[in-house]
Write a protein that binds this ligand. Structure first.
Ligand code: ARG
Ligand code: ASP
Length: 701
């Protein structure tokens, strides 16, 4: 054991062991510059992020609130993934104009489609403000007092940072609150849809190929940012003009070769690299399995209907993609966690840590309770987390439930305009038969899994008449299934009707579940707070224990740089994955019987003629996607993938299944980010869609 521990400490102190892992803070990139250049980068850290001159960061944006985009022309043209623009493409689609299935191309700026609610956020600058945030905090303060003071300090910092500007600022903690960073942003509100390939290109392979390699998805869509006449962000107006950015990316048609250096610049959403073994156990053995099981059931029903009805396919496309995306990720994540035995790895680190503090009474005094506290908190949280998972993934997953619950609130009832929009929006994409079938399966699971006494009357009734009949009755009797009646009630605005809604059978059925969920959530909140405090101390201790190690903060949907190399991998014994795919693979996967594998005649024609123009590689092949070991996560979708010169060679859109545990543990042999080869994207725009005017706007070399 002792020997193991010594080797362990050496390993944890070793810098090179974490090759290509890391999501680095752009404003500190000078620290990585040497390493990046030794790995192949030919430009400087200042070329990537600078507040003194225009730099690549001026061309990278947060797209909406969960994806990345990049600016590729001096007229504000923006690239992101098809799956990032999916909701917007869907919202413009109907059976008459089925842009989802057929694609959409604006042939001039007047045809570009506005998207109310969609924003694009551009980072102006970032800096550390820890001292200012923690000014006036003393050790004798309670947690509540500390938090209050921190909030006050933050408000002042933000106020000072944005005074007399149109910028918006936020302060985000990193390292669980050991440091705070101030971000100053410019937020654009007029973002229009310019182009999207048909689903059988943009979503080729659908949920079957999702998270997998080899991949052939043309996962991109194009938008444009508009501003007012002065170049400032403004809500949609006909008079707005295309945004003139400080910087737009240069596109390279040179492609990538194995072992080439690449970096990804974008907005990774969330990772949990520091969590203790107890947390991994909870995720691996409880939250993930419950969510996977519940979603399997839900997806089976939705898919059955989607395959038979084109309207349902449109209505449920985005919902199904969402449900399936998490479902499949967690399956992959669990496999990866098990394969690496991350729990054992974490325990080994914790053993080293215990050894380290036991050698020094002061450290023991300061950090000695961390692990036992973690153990106790996670033990207490376990049943509450289970309850929460069941609620979220079974009860709340029945669509009519959150819909109904919205009207438990008087304000939501009284705000007529919002209520009307909410109701119409809900019914546009709602199929009661699907929902009922899901409810029959999931209500039963939920009621069986909860200890909540308030359900006893229902349990008795369900035992008597059976869950199917019970659900049929509930849906037949409830007013929440009747769009017209609901709209009339909202228009009338009579509080008596509000009372009636609140004694509706569905509302009656939902209320106890929500009540129990909220009391559960309140208890969990206390544990989350305790974990926040503990996490802060834990990271501080880890940093002290491994002074040689270069740390990077967990992803938190702020701008990061990650870098690595183009590389294939070996997913299982005897199988080797090549680092790129080509259009030939699309033809091999073609299946006219399956929606996700349909290939249009137009694409086939181009393929047969090998009409790839300047987008072919030097062997005349048209490449579709490639993989590299850049450390990415959800939110990095749409991120620019740049080569050693800082030129755009790809659009990041996914990770390989075997590496999806990278949010908890990165493994450079298995973790690969999947990128669309920019040449395939331009080929589709140019040759397939005939939108040459867009190509002419770009800077290509
Ligand atoms: N897995 C990718 C990501 O996490 C793509 C998801 C969209 N595609 C899909 N078939 N559901 O976002
Ligand atoms: N597909 C993810 C996204 O949408 C990327 C990933 O998880 O690797 O951000």
């Amino acid at each position: 054991m002792k020997k193991f521990i010594i080797i362990g400490i050496l390993a944890f102190n070793n810098l090179t062991i974490w090759a290509d892992e890391g999501m680095w803070l752009p404003y500190l990139l000078a620290k990585n510059e040497k390493d990046m250049q030794s790995k192949g980068l030919k430009i400087s850290a200042e070329d990537i992020y600078s507040v003194n001159q225009s730099s690549l960061k001026d061309a990278v944006v947060l797209f909406g609130s969960g994806c990345t985009g990049e600016i590729i022309s001096e007229k504000g043209l923006l690239l992101t993934n098809h799956h990032c623009g999916f909701g917007k493409i869907q919202s413009h689609s109907s059976l008459e104009h089925d842009y989802l299935t057929n694609g959409f191309w604006a042939m001039n700026q007047s045809e570009e489609l506005p998207n109310p609610g969609l924003t694009v956020t551009l980072l102006i600058s970032m800096e550390e403000v820890t001292d200012k945030v923690l000014a006036g905090i003393t050790s004798d303060m309670s947690v509540a007092q500390k938090n209050k003071k921190i909030e006050e300090n933050m408000a002042i910092i933000i106020q000072n940072a944005t005074q007399d500007t149109h910028y918006k600022a936020v302060i985000e903690p990193i390292y669980d609150g050991n440091q705070y960073l101030l971000y100053i942003n410019e937020i654009f509100e007029d973002v229009r849809l310019v182009g999207a390939p048909p689903s059988n290109i943009g979503k080729f392979g659908g949920d079957t190929d999702n998270w997998m390699w080899p991949r052939h998805t043309g996962d991109f869509s194009i938008f444009r940012i508009y501003t007012d006449k002065n170049g400032k962000p403004a809500p949609f107006s006909k008079d707005n003009i295309p945004y003139k950015p400080k910087k737009h990316l240069t596109i390279s048609l040179k492609g990538v070769t194995e072992n080439d250096f690449t970096f990804v610049f974008g907005y990774p959403g969330s990772t949990q690299q520091f969590i203790p073994s107890y947390a991994v156990e909870l995720i691996q053995n409880q939250s993930n399995p419950i969510a996977i099981e519940m979603r399997t059931q839900r997806l089976n029903v939705i898919k059955k209907y989607m395959n038979t009805d084109p309207l349902i396919r449109i209505q449920y496309a985005a919902k199904a993609a969402n449900i399936s995306n998490g479902w499949k990720k967690w399956i992959g994540e669990n496999k990866g966690l098990q394969r690496l035995d991350v729990i054992a790895q974490k325990r080994a680190l914790e053993a080293i840590f215990s050894q380290w503090i036991n050698q020094n009474p002061q450290k023991k005094e300061k950090y000695g309770k961390i692990l036992t506290n973690y153990r106790d908190i996670y033990a207490q949280m376990s049943p509450l987390t289970r309850e929460k998972s069941y609620f979220m993934e079974s009860f709340y997953a029945v669509e009519i439930i959150p819909f109904t619950n919205r009207f438990a609130n008087e304000k939501n009832f009284q705000n007529k305009e919002a209520a009307r929009a909410y109701i119409n929006n809900f019914f546009k994409d709602y199929n009661p038969n699907i929902d009922k079938e899901i409810a029959k399966i999931l209500f039963k699971t939920y009621l069986d899994s909860t200890d909540n006494d308030s359900y006893l009357p229902y349990k008795k009734e369900i035992d008597k008449i059976g869950i199917d009949k019970f659900v049929d009755n509930l849906y037949a009797k409830s007013i929440f299934l009747n769009q017209d009646k609901l709209l009339k009630i909202i228009d009338k605005g009579d509080m008596k009707d509000f009372q009636k809604l609140n004694s509706d059978p569905l509302m009656n059925f939902a209320s106890p579940a929500f009540a129990s969920y909220f009391s559960n959530a309140k208890r969990l909140e206390q544990y989350y707070q305790a974990l926040d405090e503990l996490g802060k101390l834990w990271i501080q201790a880890l940093m002290e224990m491994q002074p040689q190690k270069t740390f990077y903060p967990d992803a938190n949907l702020t701008l990061r740089v990650t870098y690595g190399h183009v590389k294939g991998y070996t997913p299982t014994d005897g199988v080797e994955y090549h680092y790129y795919t080509t259009i030939d693979g699309i033809m091999q996967k073609e299946n006219p019987e399956i929606y996700d594998y349909v290939v249009t005649d137009r694409l086939k024609e181009l393929y047969l003629k090998k009409d790839y123009g300047q987008y072919a590689d030097k062997n005349g092949e048209l490449r579709v996607a490639f993989i590299a070991d850049n450390h990415t996560t959800g939110g990095n979708s749409g991120s620019p993938v740049l080569n050693a010169d800082g030129h755009l060679v790809g659009i990041n859109f996914d990770r390989c299944w075997e590496g999806t545990m990278s949010d908890i543990k990165f493994d450079s042999t298995q973790c690969r980010n999947i990128s669309l080869d920019i040449r395939y994207c331009l080929f589709i725009i140019d040759k397939y869609a005939g939108a040459k005017h867009l190509i002419d706007e770009m800077s290509i070399n």
